[in-house]
Design a protein around this ligand. Structure first.
Ligand code: CAA
Length: 389
């Protein structure tokens, strides 16, 4: 088919608080260079009492609905691995907060950090069936590891909302997908745990195996050669991982390892992730947004996306940047979302981490702290109550 399908608009939001790694290092005695250089992380977003994946998802999606209207949004796909309910899809709250029509389908998708890419493919399939449809795909996650564990330095939170349509203004999904699935226990979270279990070194190795597997599959399906790409967006549990991954890709492709090219192809993708932290499902879409905003020479060019979810499932896909894309970007709003976060000290972070929502079924109001447009106002009768802030 000649019909171009892809991302028409893209919007990011994060939380209202931020903990700098310098402050984490001051508390735990680590050399801050380990965080800044070793992991490539400078700060992590921290949610207030009244922020969660629902408030971030709705805040990310609101500008899309304001710009394009709610009409023809037939489906909302929300991908997350930090879900707030085992049964009800978080997207139903978002649908309600955004005032979308009742004749909409809403579903939640999960496969660790990979989920939103599955959502994107689901959306593309729906638009292919009926090109009038617009599908809202949202990735929203809060990543939290055990306190004082090595993973703590890679925490973060953000949401990315995308409107998937025919004849998109930003990106056209093209060609085959390179796929890779392997049953590994690198990172997982049993239902009874609030934080994941992680085999740190194994998770890095599993990620790199998936890069190799997905790229080999992509090429065997007739995908483009390496030299056709003008940038590579990787899932970034921490931004150094993107550079490790790209080295692995170049090696797999048998390409010469040129450090300058490595920097050019990956460095423009890390600006959000290094200050927001790991946003799991949203991370690779924060990388994509950064690439589109930081480069101005991508009209008609192809960029690569590598999506990885522990456990593990990975996909490599190519997207063609639509000519004139820069006119549709939202870098000013994104800059504000990141810069307006309030800096907190370690003690404040720790006390936020050590609290949890009451589970007694009583009525508990939450303090108004968020700077965002929506908030979790209370829990009552085991129900989460959301409102416009
Ligand atoms: N100056 C500069 N660099 C320093 C340094 C210093 N003072 N001290 C250490 N470093 C470097 C190290 O050399 C190392 O570099 P390499 O990766 O190139 O070897 C890097 O900083 C990290 O140091 P360590 O390996 O000692 O760090 P660690 O033991 O604290 O663990 C981690 C790192 C395994 C990533 C840990 O943060 C973790 O468990 N994170 C959570 C899991 C994760 O993010 N896995 C990534 C792949 S899985 C995935 O992608 C899915 C997902 O989202 C979770």
């Amino acid at each position: 088919t000649d019909l171009a399908i892809g991302v028409h608009d893209l919007s990011l939001r994060t939380t209202s608080l931020v903990l700098p790694h310098a402050e984490l290092a001051r508390y735990n005695g680590s050399d801050v260079a380990k965080y800044h250089k070793g992991l490539g992380q400078r700060a992590m977003s921290v949610p207030t009492e009244d922020e969660d994946i629902v408030t971030m998802a709705a805040a990310a999606a609101l500008p899309l609905i304001e710009r394009h209207g709610p009409d023809d949004v037939t489906t909302v796909v929300l991908a997350t691995e930090s879900s707030v309910d085992q049964s009800k899809a978080a997207g139903v709250y978002v649908h309600s907060l955004l005032g979308l029509a009742s004749n909409t389908r809403v579903v939640e998708v999960k496969q660790a950090c990979y989920g939103a890419t599955a959502g994107l493919q689901f959306a593309a399939g729906l638009v292919h069936r009926d090109p009038r449809q617009r599908v809202l795909v949202i990735a929203s996650d809060v990543s939290q590891y055990d306190l004082d564990s090595p993973g703590e330095a890679t925490q973060g939170a953000a949401a990315a909302a995308m409107l998937v349509t025919a004849d998109p203004a930003l990106l056209e999904l093209t060609g085959p997908s390179g796929l890779f699935t392997a049953d590994v226990m690198d990172f997982w979270r049993p239902n009874y745990r609030a934080t994941p279990l992680v085999n740190g070194k194994e998770s890095v190795a599993a990620y790199l195996d998936a890069v190799e597997g997905a790229w080999r599959d992509y090429r065997s399906q007739g995908g483009l050669p390496l030299t056709d790409f003008r940038g590579f967006c990787y899932h970034q549990p921490y931004t150094r991982m993107a550079f490790k991954a790209h080295r692995q890709l170049l090696e797999t492709a048998g390409a010469h390892l040129d450090e300058e090219a490595l920097h050019r192809d990956v460095a423009p993708t890390t600006s959000y992730n290094e200050t927001v932290g790991n946003s799991y499902t949203a991370s690779v879409y924060l990388a994509l947004t950064a690439l589109l905003e930081n480069r101005d020479d991508l009209d008609g060019r192809t960029v690569g996306l590598f999506s990885y979810g522990s456990g593990s499932v990975a996909e490599f896909l190519a997207a063609r940047v639509r000519p004139g894309y820069r006119a549709h970007l939202r870098q000013e709003a994104h800059r504000r979302a990141v810069e307006d976060r309030q800096v907190i000290d370690y003690a404040t972070y720790r006390s936020l981490r050590e609290r949890s929502l009451p589970t007694d079924g009583g009525w508990h109001e939450l303090p108004h702290r968020t700077q965002g447009p929506f908030r979790l106002t209370a829990v009552r009768d085991h129900q989460r109550i959301y409102e416009a802030a």
